[in-house]
Design a protein around this ligand. Structure first.
Ligand code: G3H
Ligand code: 13P
Ligand code: ZN
Length: 309
């Protein structure tokens, strides 16, 4: 089975009112943990690669690892570029075998975002690749770019309709209060569901995307801190809010921070208990299992995507 686009996955997710998890990948253990979970959960999935991950691992290594995952598991997998910032990186991923790309023009003006997105859509569609864009601006840290909460802008529903019509984009990431990284809310977590409902009403049958959707489970933060970590003030999006979002056209939920926390907690715990060990396989094996357990938990309790394939 070759890599697939997200088109069919999103259609089913929209109809079934659940979301497909898009998990960020950087290395072999993360990929294996995610796909093993998807296989046993019979869940659709998207593997996504940021510019930083591509720089760290190299495009070719990630590509071959994902191809190996498809062959090994027989799963239909969509390989997606996360937060492509310009036409060139999107083109390079389309040409390099990805089946989906995100052009993130959210830092540009509305008109410039439309122009850039349109250009990527033209190029990608011509090669059978689907495109996600972003309208509105999320707070948080992403690829070393930090957007302060005061600079975040929520997505305007009417602009979203115009944006989708004028760009021909396949899915749209919207800003309704989620943010990247582990520090999402200072006080009570709140998402703008009225805005989401409005966008979803105005864009029927159109897949919406939530970035910055890690739940930052306290037990993983506590585990990191118990074994020498210093993560203070972390707070994620409550699980029930993400489940609710799936009912309003959110078909893709992005998860990176929770995988980082699960993996790091596991490695810290292992090394604390086995200070004499220095074989990477010994601490990466439980770390890979921790990724699998986290992804299984997401598929069952946050995405509602188990038993869909
Ligand atoms: O939204 C960004 C993802 O969490 C990727 O993070 O750019 O540090 O790989 P990264
Ligand atoms: P988190 O930082 O909440 O995991 O979000 C990841 C993300 O949106 C990747 O694009
Ligand atoms: Zn993101």
């Amino acid at each position: 089975m070759p890599l697939i686009t997200s088109a069919e996955m999103f259609k089913k997710a929209y109809e079934g009112q659940y979301a497909v998890g898009a998990f960020n990948v950087n290395n072999m253990e993360i990929i294996q943990g995610i796909v093993d979970a998807a296989k046993s959960e019979k869940s659709p999935l998207i593997l996504q690669v940021s510019a930083g991950a591509r720089k760290y691992a190299k495009h070719i290594y990630l590509m071959k690892l994902v191809e190996a995952a498809v062959e090994d598991t027989g799963l239909p997998i969509c390989l997606h570029l996360d937060h492509g910032e310009d036409f060139e990186i999107c083109k390079s991923c389309v040409d390099g075998g990805f089946t989906s790309v995100m052009i993130d023009g959210s830092k540009h003006s509305f008109e410039d975002n439309i122009e850039l997105t349109r250009r990527v859509v033209d190029y990608a569609h011509n090669k059978g690749v689907v495109v996600e864009a972003e309208l509105g601006k999320l707070a948080g840290v992403e690829d070393a770019v930090k957007v302060a909460a005061k600079d975040a802008t929520y997505t305007d529903p009417d602009q979203a309709v115009e944006f989708v019509e004028r760009t021909g984009v396949d899915s749209l990431a919207i800003a309704i209060g989620t943010s990247h990284g582990a520090y999402k809310f200072k006080g009570k977590p709140e998402l703008d569901f009225a805005r989401l409902e409005k966008i979803s009403d105005l864009l029927p049958n159109f897949p919406l995307v939530l970035h910055g959707a890690s739940t930052v489970l306290p037990e993983f933060v506590a585990l990191c801190n118990q074994y020498g970590g210093k993560i203070e003030g972390a707070q994620g999006v409550p699980e029930e809010m993400l489940l609710r979002a799936g009912k309003f056209g959110v078909c893709k939920i992005n998860i990176d921070t929770d995988l980082r926390l699960a993996m790091t907690a596991s490695i810290r715990q292992y090394l604390a208990a086995n200070p004499g060990d220095f074989d990477p396989r010994q601490y990466l094996r439980p770390a890979r299992q921790a990724i699998q357990d986290m992804v299984t938990h997401k598929m069952r309790n946050v995405l509602n995507s188990s038993n869909r394939i």
